[in-house]
Design a protein around this ligand. Structure first.
Ligand code: PHE
Length: 336
């Protein structure tokens, strides 16, 4: 019995098998146990001898099982370690570092310039009412100038704002008769337009200043200062007469192509000037609707195209590059 048992134990391949042998030999119904139990029928001389033998065998088997458990456990551990081995020679996967979109960079730079001149930043909704987008800006229903901006309507009175100018009306409504009022409002605007220089969604930064004794000279000085900070000291601006229903007089404002380099200059080349914004003196009707007395205060306002400025600054010739989702475009602006 002993030699068969020891052999079996030695041959055991798994811990489960070993457990089975343990039950077979040493368990309550196991072979050794039944031998020890059967000793009652033996004579007094035989009993201690056989008892001694049986106990020896039991101990040996016990020991063999314990040893085997240790060695099997060791084996299984080694196996597991081997399976889970990490190949440290495999090349790693690099995490890519994100970068800010060029429009974000330019918008932030514009914000910094105006914050430095004492402006507050305010925001307005992209889904706007007809009232704020048009009527409060001196554009009553059926006004021919409404055709200037191809509008996406949601309902008869709700639309996607075509410009950031409704934020002028909203802010006046909230803050009048506060002076001086100096705000800029960056944000998305929407028009039915789609080509290399126009996108159905683009960004503007609106500006509005209201105070006593504000003149067109303040507007021009402000825009010149902005242009110099954005594009460099030698930058010039020029105002061309224009029309907006919410400003009088109105102007379109060009910057000189002096600092233009690269592809974006294609926008510039013929005249040496490029339009970057619309502006003017706030129309008395707009001041009045906003809660200001046009006999007491004046204001100027402007609306700049962020894409335009980014295209010039970074030499991008197609506005659609900003929205095509190609990471290579964005990554050029990653900072070290
Ligand atoms: N809202 C005008 C546009 O989008 C720009 C503008 C703003 C003009 C403020 C005058 C004053 O074209």
């Amino acid at each position: 019995l002993q030699s068969i048992a020891l052999e079996n134990i030695e041959d055991a391949q798994t811990l489960a098998q070993l457990e089975e042998y343990k039950v077979n030999y040493l368990g309550k119904k196991g072979e050794i146990t039944s031998i020890l139990r059967g000793m009652g029928s033996l004579s007094a001389e035989e009993r201690p001898i056989l008892g001694q033998m049986a106990n020896d065998v039991k101990e040996k088997i016990q020991q063999a099982i314990t040893d085997k458990i240790v060695s099997l456990e060791e084996k299984e551990l080694l196996l597991k370690l081997d399976e889970e081995k990490i190949d440290i020679s495999l090349p790693g996967t690099k995490k890519s570092v994100g970068s800010l979109h060029p429009l974000t960079l330019v918008r932030r730079e514009m914000e910094q310039i105006f914050l430095g001149m004492g402006y507050d930043i305010v925001e307005g909704p992209e889904i706007e009412t007809d009232h704020y987008n048009f009527e409060a800006l001196n554009l009553p229903k059926n006004h021919p100038a409404r055709d200037m901006q191809d509008t996406f309507y949601i309902t008869e009175n709700i639309l996607l704002r075509t410009h950031t100018s409704p934020v002028q009306a909203r802010t006046m409504g909230k803050r009048a008769p506060e002076v001086p009022l100096r705000i800029i409002s960056p944000g998305r605007v929407f028009r039915k337009d789609d080509d290399a220089t126009h996108s159905p969604m683009f960004h503007q930064v609106e500006g509005l200043v209201i105070d006593k004794n504000i003149t067109l000279a303040d507007l021009k000085g402000t825009l010149l200062l902005f242009a110099k900070q954005m594009f460099g000291e030698k930058q010039q601006v020029r105002l061309r007469p224009s029309f907006f229903p919410f400003t009088e007089p109105s102007a379109e404002v060009d910057i000189s192509c002096f600092s233009c380099e690269g592809n974006g200059c294609g926008l510039c080349s013929q005249t040496g000037w490029i339009e970057i914004l619309g502006a003017g003196m706030v129309h008395p009707n707009v001041l009045e609707m906003g809660g200001y007395d046009p006999n007491e205060v004046q204001g100027f306002a402007f609306g700049m195209g962020v894409e335009r400025i980014a295209m010039l600054k970074y030499g991008i010739s197609d506005i659609r590059e900003f929205y095509n989702g190609d990471l290579r475009v964005v990554q050029q602006f990653a900072r070290g």
